[in-house]
Design a protein around this ligand. Sequence first.
Ligand SMILES: [Zn+2]
Ligand SMILES: [Zn+2]
Length: 764
Amino acid sequence: MTVAVASKSIVAIRICLNGCVQGSGVRPAVARLATSLELAGSVRNTLAGLQIEVEGPADRLTQFQSLLMSSFSSSAFVEQIHAAEITPTQRSKFTIERDSATGPLTTQIPPDVVVCQECLKEVNDPNDRRHSYPLSTCSTCGPRFSLIQSMPFDRDQTTMDGFTLCEDCRSEYESPSDRRYHAQTIACSACGPQVWLADANGECLKAGVAAIIATARSILTGKIVALRGIGGYQLLCDATNCDAVGRLRQRKGRPAKPFAVLVASLTEAQRLAFIDDEEGDALTDMTNPIVLLRARAGDVAEAVHPGLNKLGLMLPSTPLHAKLLENVGRPLVCTSANREGEPLEFDVPDAETILAGIADLWLHHDRPIARPVDDSVVQVIAGRRVTLRLGRGLAPLPLDLPPARPQLAVGGHMKSAIAWHNGSQAALGPHLGDLDTVRTRERFAQHITDMSALYRFEPEAAVHDLHPDYFTTRHCSESDVRTLGVQHHFAHVVAGMLEHGLLDREVLGVSWDGTGFGEDGMMWGGELLAVDGTNEYRRVAHLRPFGLHGGDIAVRQPWRIAVSLLSESMADDAWIEQAASLWRGQPVASLRKMHRQTTNAVSSTSVGRLFDAAAAIILGIHAVQYEGQAAMRLESVAASSSEAGYSLPFTAGQLDWREMILSIWDDRLAGVPPAVMSARFHRALAGGIVAVAAQFPELPVVLAGGVFQNKLLTELVVELMSDDRERLKLPGKIPPNDGGLAAGQLAIAVMRERASQRSLQITE
Ligand SMILES: [Zn+2]
Ligand SMILES: [Zn+2]
């Protein structure tokens, strides 16, 4: 990008940077570099990124250009750079300037960044003026997406606007040698937001450091605290205290779903879980996600992750977390603060009202949150970081799509998240939750309005799932924009294609999940699709269908699915009595009878439900408290063995599970350990994928759908395809579950729009 300038006289250039270049200290870095080289000019954040104008002697300008990129912090990401010579204007100094914001937003919105080591060091230094200030940030760290009200990123367009700088902060902000030079979120205990501890009546008990110490003491006596974090409230309690964890479960209405745990350091994390290098990198990354890890037997109460060998750990996001952990001296449960099924609470009055009866105490701060963002969840699978929940630190996720008309993709119904294109850039938004309640639906609608304003666009079209009963589908049909319905599993595969830059290729998509509406009205979920670009897909294979009696009841009671599969696998009914005792007297015989007279069963090809049935037989589980619980427990118990898989033949376009179900049943009766049965089951499914992939030796194989959150299964596929590893495409930044669905929907609409424009041009 270096512009060659001819003479030694004064010359000037304009450099435009785009990518994630705001909110990461790029402007101060540019100003510092220019000043050190005695160059004049200006730098400003614009809606298109960052614009630098710099002038001076030609040799020093060349030096400036060669040093520019290496002067940025790691949270900055430059995607495009463009430089051109301009006319010098005899400027005498280098300044950071404001831009008047008009036109489209073409630059990325920065995600929230975990507190940096330098800020933590200051907070821990008794001689530093920010000693113990729990909301300290700098030019490279702190909240961004969650406090930006409008772009470009400048303090008066964030929720820090209400805090006037004190003299000390002002002088740091204006001093090029200071590391908070032009830090938009700069603050200190004298002028910035404050923390305080309140009781159930909203009465302030303590403020500042005293509030943190008092909070720590309460937690050690078993209390539950709602702490206002970066993107919303979190519920905290002592993770080593069974009673406290049990109380939190009971009050929140979350009987079994695992809780994440906040720990002080990587060393502390290593005491609780086995952590390899990639997992360690994920934990200490500036995106600060919850990382799912293999738990060690240790201090954390069993009730934190009942029946599972995985444990989600997270390091402190803010000095507030760090100070609290230091005072508590043990790991803390840290879970989104909401009533189960309701959206994340993020403002003070709502948190006090709605979390009454769940929290004992509230540790508030008064920095407004512009929009709620849940914590992200990632897991390392086959050496690759896979996003399971896109949230704080990772959202919004830029999507690599060409320019298109402004439009929205609304995702599915569970794990709701939207994606959008504002004409010049596309992104996938944060996890919003399941759309079963009025408040989550309101949150969903608000989020669309919020993103349209922030990204400065008016949607002209909307893409939705084919399921007629999804709230998102109905929401689109009630709007007056053009709509496009896209099949669920097709969208999952295209999200994977987008992840790997394969949108114009033909691929074999393995789209396995809990459920999705099929073109034929059946509940799909075990699909193998030949996808040709983003226009068409062909269902080349699927799981052998089975009857699903009772719909949602079957999801909660996996023994019912097992009865369906056993009925279809066995000629006689000798198994019924044994099955009834396995599932502690569930009405197996009457369900079997219903199955025989079948008229009202939905037909399903769902691999998620196949997992449920296998878990029901292998582990004797008859009821689950959340979707995916049976599958997660089945993965947890699996032995890491090289046991041969059960037989899962691929014939006539179907993966036929009947022989496998028979074998599992026989193994169960023969007393084969669940660890072995589970390993054989996982290997059978991986083998099924490989068998189908062998029929399409030329095509990349894209794994998509929530089933591939299963680390064991995914790594078995990798193992079985090790000779053919390059063509296997695993999930990554876009969640494989329904949280990534909108990205696939959007990609389909955008690519089809381009294809139709191309064909129009040809016919003209
Ligand atoms: Zn910092
Ligand atoms: Zn200050």
